[in-house]
Ligand binder design. Structure first.
Ligand SMILES: Cc1cc2nc3c(=O)[nH]c(=O)nc-3n(C[C@H](O)[C@H](O)[C@H](O)COP(=O)(O)OP(=O)(O)OC[C@H]3O[C@@H](n4cnc5c(N)ncnc54)[C@H](O)[C@@H]3O)c2cc1C
Length: 431
């Protein structure tokens, strides 16, 4: 079997970006993907009315430079998310009061970002511990902040490591809403377009079942097949990397760094209507639920399609994951009725994508660090164990947990591999 320059495992945006960079550098690359499609946590489905919708990652904003450039280079034009009009707060509060509360939440978020990364006093705190210490902040703002953590990072604030959360949020630097825009023909269609460049260098339906490695190369095991390469990029979220058997086993410190993470818990629903009736009433379509917790809705209509997206995040998503689907859709109809009246509770269709315990992603939107003793988990994984390199959106220096972060992480890993291969070639040349 000829030894390739590089094998990339995982064709989410991290793996696609890494592999494209390597192909552009003229290397012999093979991209392996377990599912029968590319995109990973960016995926799409076609609704019964024929509309293709993103059931995973979807939104972005102009601050996300790499994704914006990729979209432009691939000839795609985003549409703006509809935000004109009033937001609904549940339970209902006057809009001004709701707005003031969210300004307070933003200020608390700024305070979190401003904490000193190496402050030993913060090292063993969970996010909830830190919020409890901010006792000069009104209780309803602290509660809303906890709700935001749950909704964005999709785990209970009582288990998320505070220093990791602050570090993660420091790298999410957008000034425009991260949900500013989306692609009308889906972000997943962009992943498909990128994949088309690989031809037979991309193998779908190819789950890697083990990795053998030495200082000089790695062998990827796929069932009975053995695929050797000089370098390997595992473009997988941390919770998926730790499912793979490595021979020899990864060093203890590395295993600890991998086990520090837990998958996010989230469900994404799409309620379709005949028209965006909320706009006629001066509403934006966005709903911020204080109670029940972990819920958020926004308008995702475009062209002649009208729809609301509803996110369920955190422990509530885990609870719904364990209950029959009809109970979840009945609950969502109830919540939409309370927010918008009977028309809201009567969509023509509700599509559910449950990401909890997803077989190939582990969860969503991203993995989060829950081990309070694993402060340097990211640095350790990012260093890799040459010839094996690790990359995923979670490990990105900018926009971790977002598609933008995946692109950056993938390209950085590719850069490390290109540098290492050039180095070994020049050593051989110099001998
Ligand atoms: C519901 C939802 C909503 C989101 N919303 C947004 C949003 O609006 N904006 C945004 O920017 N981000 C959003 N995200 C997050 C974003 O989608 C992810 O951060 C990003 O796509 C992660 O990319 P990745 O390549 O690092 O990981 P993944 O996309 O998880 O890619 C990993 C790939 O590896 C494959 N794989 C796993 N194990 C193996 C194996 N053993 N062998 C071979 N292949 C394997 C998987 O099938 C997968 O394709 C959302 C995610 C979800 C799920």
């Amino acid at each position: 079997m000829p030894e390739r320059d590089v094998i990339v495992v995982g064709a989410g945006f991290t793996g696609l970006s890494a592999a494209l960079e390597l192909v552009d550098a003229g290397l012999d690359v093979l991209l392996l993907e377990a599912r029968d499609r590319v995109g990973g946590k960016v995926e799409s489905e076609t609704l019964s009315d024929g509309t293709r919708v993103d059931t995973g990652g979807q939104f972005f904003c102009r601050d996300m430079a790499e994704l914006m450039a990729l979209i432009a280079r691939n000839g795609k034009t985003p549409v703006m998310t509809h935000y004109d009009g009033e937001m609904i707060y549940r339970p209902a509060v006057p809009p001004q009061q709701g707005f003031a509360r969210w300004q307070g939440v933003d200020a608390l978020r700024d305070r979190m970002i401003a904490t000193a990364p190496d402050d030993p006093d913060l090292a063993k705190l969970t996010a909830a511990d830190w919020v409890a210490r901010q006792d000069d902040v009104p209780g309803d703002i602290r509660k809303s902040f906890l709700r935001l953590i749950k909704g964005l990072w999709c785990r209970a604030p009582e288990e998320i490591a505070f220093t990791w959360l602050a570090s993660n949020d420091r790298r999410i630097t957008n000034t425009y809403s991260e949900m500013e825009m989306f692609l009308p023909d889906t972000l997943h269609a962009l992943a498909d377009q990128l994949a088309a460049r690989f031809g037979d260098r991309l193998r779908l339906g190819t789950a890697v079942t083990g990795i053998e490695h030495s200082e000089t190369g790695a062998t990827v095991i796929v069932g009975d097949e053995r695929l050797p390469a000089k370098r390997l990029i595992l473009a997988l979220p941390p919770v998926m990397i730790r499912r793979l058997p490595f021979s020899p086993a990864l060093p203890g410190q590395f295993q600890k760094a991998l086990s520090a993470w837990a998958p996010g818990l989230s469900i994404k629903l799409q309620a379709s209507y005949d028209r965006p009736f909320w706009r006629e009433r001066g509403l934006s379509g966005a709903v911020m639920w204080h109670e029940p917790q972990g819920l958020y809705a926004c308008d995702a209509s475009r062209g002649d399609y009208a729809g609301l997206i509803i996110f369920v995040g955190g422990p509530e998503a885990q609870q719904w994951h364990e209950r029959p689907r009809e109970e979840l859709t009945a609950f969502i109809r109830e919540q939409l009725t309370e927010a918008f009246g009977p028309e809201g509770g009567n969509p023509r269709d509700i599509h559910v994508r449950d990401w909890v315990n997803d077989p190939w992603s582990g969860g969503a939107y991203s993995d989060v660090v829950i081990d309070l003793d694993a402060r340097y988990a990211e640095d350790i994984i990012n260093e890799g164990i040459p010839p094996i390199h690790f990359a995923s959106s979670e490990l990105s220096p900018s926009y971790p947990g977002y598609v933008e972060g995946a692109i950056v992480a993938g390209r950085l890993a590719a850069g490390r591999v290109i540098g290492a291969l050039a180095n070994s070639r020049s050593k051989i040349g110099g001998e």
